[in-house]
Design a protein around this ligand. Structure first.
Ligand SMILES: NC(=O)c1ccc[n+]([C@@H]2O[C@H](COP(=O)([O-])OP(=O)(O)OC[C@H]3O[C@@H](n4cnc5c(N)ncnc54)[C@H](O)[C@@H]3O)[C@@H](O)[C@H]2O)c1
Length: 342
């Protein structure tokens, strides 16, 4: 039996999940939905299913078992709430929302209707990182040093707007903040500082090419951010992120623990302990595992290990970082940001 999947938001990342679904016999693509109908139709033509521009009509007409939500950070809330109300399970791409008000509303609906959820923090399920987390689990962690450097700006108008994309900390470096929680537990407080080190206004005659771009009109987010994190355990952490154009993607960690030094480079991990050195490379399908695990959970086989609440906790760290910037680098407690009851 296959899980009948609907897809909401069929832009860039949806293609990865649609392609994964197409390759798995236990996933059936029954519908695609996008506010730009042509995009939904394009996805339906390529991967199958019926195209919609309205998610409620899709829920009414197709009654999917589960949906895969790949909308930008600002376009969440009603899609998830209405799915939960109807008992439709959902996978949602990170970040789960642009604000804690939006995330709290959805969390209430998820709890009330008890649907299965999974957030697309795919690095958590990369096999080398799962092994690294086990290696750390009985050691005291001292330092969690994370970075996310991208070689340019995604060519999407919402990415450069604070109230639509949420800035690099919310939109993208959230991967590292979430992985820091996976490796070292919950965060207690955050100090943040941001900067704009570059002029992003396009020079005369600039034509953006495909992929990442070097300039954008109306750029209004920080391009360089640093956080200091205090974990509940007493571990300390830092995050550095920048999208100033340079030559390569680079995201990962150094973790200093009792008797271990861990390096995470994208989905790969290596560590040194008294038992020797270990190097682990991720399999080709590592980025699919987060959706595969969700679909298995919907079929009653195992659990989805990154439920919605996890996404809310990771979002809170990014929002606390920006709140600290607004308060002139004062530390902000995560408990101040999270909705009650978490
Ligand atoms: N896990 C990962 O590695 C990863 C990678 C890339 C993107 N993402 C996340 O996925 C999300 C989408 O990113 P993207 O790059 O695919 O963006 P995108 O702009 O390419 O695609 C988003 C699509 O959503 C559609 N949309 C917007 N509002 C909608 C609504 N209310 N209902 C239906 N469709 C709507 C847009 O028309 C667009 O086609 C972002 O939150 C991003 O952070 C995750």
């Amino acid at each position: 039996m296959a899980v009948r999947l609907g897809f909401v938001g069929t832009g860039g990342i949806a293609n990865r999940h649609l392609s994964c679904a197409q390759r798995h016999d236990d996933m059936e693509i029954v519908a695609t939905c996008d506010v730009v109908l042509e995009r939904a139709q394009e996805a339906a033509d390529k991967y199958g299913g019926e195209a919609f521009e309205d998610f409620e009509k899709m829920y009414d007409d197709v009654e999917p078992d589960a949906i895969v939500i790949c909308t930008p950070p600002f376009a969440h809330g009603d899609i998830e709430e209405e799915a939960a109300r109807r008992g439709i399970h959902f996978f949602v791409e990170k970040p789960v929302a642009i604000s804690m008000e939006m995330a709290g509303r959805v969390l209430d609906a998820v709890r009330e209707h008890d649907v299965i959820t999974q957030v697309g923090y795919m690095f958590r399920l990369s096999p080398p990182i799962v092994k690294a987390q086990k290696m750390l689990s009985d050691r005291a962690i001292a330092m969690v040093q994370a970075h996310y450097y991208m070689p340019g700006l995604p060519n999407k108008s919402w990415w450069t707007k604070m109230d639509m994309g949420g800035g690099q900390l919310v939109e993208q470096a959230t991967h590292m903040l979430d992985l820091g929680r996976f490796l070292a537990g919950d965060v207690k407080s955050v100090i943040g500082k941001t900067s704009r080190v570059r002029d992003w206004e396009p020079p005369a005659g600039y034509e953006p090419g495909p992929g990442l771009v070097e300039y954008a009109e109306g750029f209004e987010i920080p391009d360089t951010t640093a956080l200091i994190l205090e974990y509940e355990s007493g571990s300390m952490g830092t995050l550095s992120c920048s999208l100033v154009p340079q030559v390569a993607w680079d995201n990962g960690f150094k973790v200093v623990a009792d008797g271990a030094l861990l390096t995470i480079d994208g989905p790969n991990a290596s560590w040194k302990t008294d038992d020797g050195d270990v190097e682990e490379a991720a399999p080709d399908n590592w980025a699919d595992l987060v959706l595969v695990e969700f679909v298995n959970a919907v079929m009653g086989e195992g659990e989805a290990s990154i439920p919605y609440e996890e996404g809310v906790k990771s979002l809170a760290i990014s929002l606390a970082g920006y709140e600290s910037v607004d308060r002139g680098c004062e530390p902000v407690e995560i408990a101040e940001i999270l909705p009650e009851g978490i």
